[in-house]
Design a protein around this ligand. Structure first.
Ligand code: NAD
Ligand code: MG
Length: 407
């Protein structure tokens, strides 16, 4: 509990550099939605940042372009078959090229003041652990790391003297809303969910939705996986588990509420009856700026909130009958042990299968639930206490989930 975040931790830690020196920044998952938004802020503040390492899985053209634009020292592509192409694109620039999963981990360990961990999925676990090893700031977008390996990861961060700043908008909001409030005064943390593009659909209609429709999020522009997770509400379930590991509260003190405008990102209820909230436009550059600059602030071009134009902020209870993924994730949070790791792995497989049109939208949650049931029956949900143990559970759960899919 004591290791979890409150914003006073961040405010007291000094970054290991002169006050006016640029912040040395690496971005794992630089070509993605979070990576691109981070580099947008870097590009607007060239004197404030010095880009060290940028990584991507296979989009070599984009990676090379970003590395050249932002004068990175090293660019790493995860898929080794793209190494020659990356090397050729960077030839004569002085930027080092590297490839492979081990090279991504090495990039995470390149000396930096802040590492943005923005790889999607459990693939981000090893690199994010590597980033924490150098004892600098880890700006954490990769929620799967906390979902699958929460206790191990927070302990690892603590042992290495690293500083963890949440990038997920709801957790960034909670971090700010909690401030210096002592843990005992927090009654409840409520994360808001937009409800996704199918918020008002009945089950019959949900059974017919296509990946193209699911990828059209009403408020946020994000990578494919988190967009589908937002449509099923699994994202909010993953975020409740993430919040459990970040903040000093128990599972019963965490709730989700649907808020279609995505303006209020989190509500923190306190014992004196106060409710602290953070509001902003749904644009990830605001929480990214906080994670980069904390305890200072970084100006962003995000459009300013105009509550008079907006007029209405509405809230409703999530419907776990139509969106069972949320209830399944909450159950995994309460179950603990390896249940969240199995949940996450099965969900990654099911989301990919949905995107590939192998299963329908409603099958995503069914596959995850069936996989958890099988894992429980096989005694796979017992807690594990090493990263290798988590990755073994992750691999086994993926195998089990694949077997549940139609051939
Ligand atoms: P994205 O799909 O847009 O980008 C993912 C990045 O990871 C890319 O650079 C890709 O090349 C890299 N990548 C993918 N697979 C990889 C692998 N196997 N090995 C190494 N690198 C790999 O994803 P995103 O939307 O930017 O999300 C990144 C993370 O941030 C996710 O964990 C997501 O849940 C979280 N997050 C995203 C948002 C958002 O608005 N996009 C908001 C909150 C949290
Ligand atoms: Mg979020």
């Amino acid at each position: 509990m004591a290791d979890r975040l409150d914003s006073s931790h961040g405010s007291t830690r000094a970054l290991p550099r002169a006050a006016d020196a640029p912040l040395r920044l690496s971005i794992l998952g630089a070509t993605g939605s979070i990576g691109t938004s981070t580099l947008d802020l870097v590009g607007r503040n060239p004197d404030k940042y010095e880009v060290v390492a940028l990584t991507a899985q296979c989009n070599v053209d984009r990676l090379a372009e970003l590395a050249i634009t932002h004068r990175a020292k090293v660019a790493v592509v995860g898929d080794e078959t793209h190494y020659e192409a990356l090397k050729a694109r960077l030839s004569g620039t002085g930027i080092r090229a590297a490839a492979g999963a081990a090279a991504i981990e090495a990039a995470a360990e390149e000396p930096a003041d802040c590492i943005m961990a923005a790889i999607v999925g459990a693939a981000g676990l090893r690199p994010t652990f590597a980033a924490a090893r150098q004892g600098s700031r880890v700006a954490l977008a990769n929620k799967e790391c906390l979902v699958s390996a929460g206790e191990i990861f927070t302990q690892h961060v603590h042992q290495n003297g690293a500083e963890l700043l949440p990038v997920d908008s709801e957790h960034s909001a909670a971090f700010q809303a909690i401030g210096r409030t002592p843990a005992k005064s927090i009654e409840k943390i409520i994360l808001t969910a937009s409800g996704g593009p199918f918020r008002t659909f009945d089950k019959e209609r949900l059974g017919r939705v296509t990946p193209e429709e699911a990828l059209k999020h009403p408020n946020w522009s994000m990578g494919a996986k988190v967009t589908i997770d937002s449509a099923t509400l699994m994202n909010k379930g993953l975020e409740l588990i993430e919040a459990f590991h970040l903040f000093p509260v128990g599972p019963h003190q965490l709730e989700a509420i649907v808020h279609p405008q995505s303006v209020v990102h989190c509500l923190v209820m306190l014992e004196d009856g106060s409710v602290m909230a953070q509001l902003s436009q749904p644009d990830m550059r605001t929480p990214i700026a906080l994670a980069l600059a904390w305890p200072e602030r970084l100006a962003t071009p995000v459009s300013r909130l105009d509550l008079i134009t907006l007029k209405t902020l509405s809230f409703e209870a999530p419907d776990t009958d139509r969106f069972p993924a949320l209830a399944i994730a909450i159950e995994a949070l309460h179950r603990g042990g390896a249940a969240p790791a199995v949940l996450n792995a099965a969900n990654e497989i099911a989301v990919t299968a949905f995107l590939e049109k192998k299963i329908g939208f409603l099958e995503i949650a069914r596959t995850v639930a069936a996989c958890l049931e099988k894992a429980e029956a096989r005694g796979l949900l017992k807690g594990v206490d090493t990263l290798d143990g988590v990755l073994a559970v992750d691999e086994e759960a993926r195998r089990m989930a694949r077997l549940l899919l139609p051939v």
